[in-house]
Design a protein around this ligand. Structure first.
Ligand SMILES: [Zn+2]
Length: 81
């Protein structure tokens, strides 16, 4: 059966995805919740290639989410130490 890939279609899902990405950036591994199905196991890949845009691939083995999100880093000044 051909499961159609899930996509992040709404602002709510994009926000949830951002939360997961932030957690991933904060060092969380292996227990990230999928923004769509809420299962743990979301995988995040940093595909950033440019200084001003961060690309992240979100992949969920539970619901087959496979999405790339671009995040403009200039929109959010980093608050690192
Ligand atoms: Zn999922």
């Amino acid at each position: 059966m051909a499961a159609q890939p899930n996509r992040i279609r709404s602002r709510e899902l994009a926000k949830a995805a951002m939360v997961s990405i932030r957690a991933w950036q904060g060092g969380e591994r292996g227990k990230l919740a999928c923004p769509i199905c809420r299962q743990n196991g979301l995988q995040v890949l940093d595909k950033s290639a440019r200084p001003h845009t961060a690309w992240f691939i979100l992949a969920c083995p539970s619901c087959e989410l496979d999405e790339a999100l671009a995040i403009a880093s200039s929109a959010h000044s980093s608050d690192h130490d």
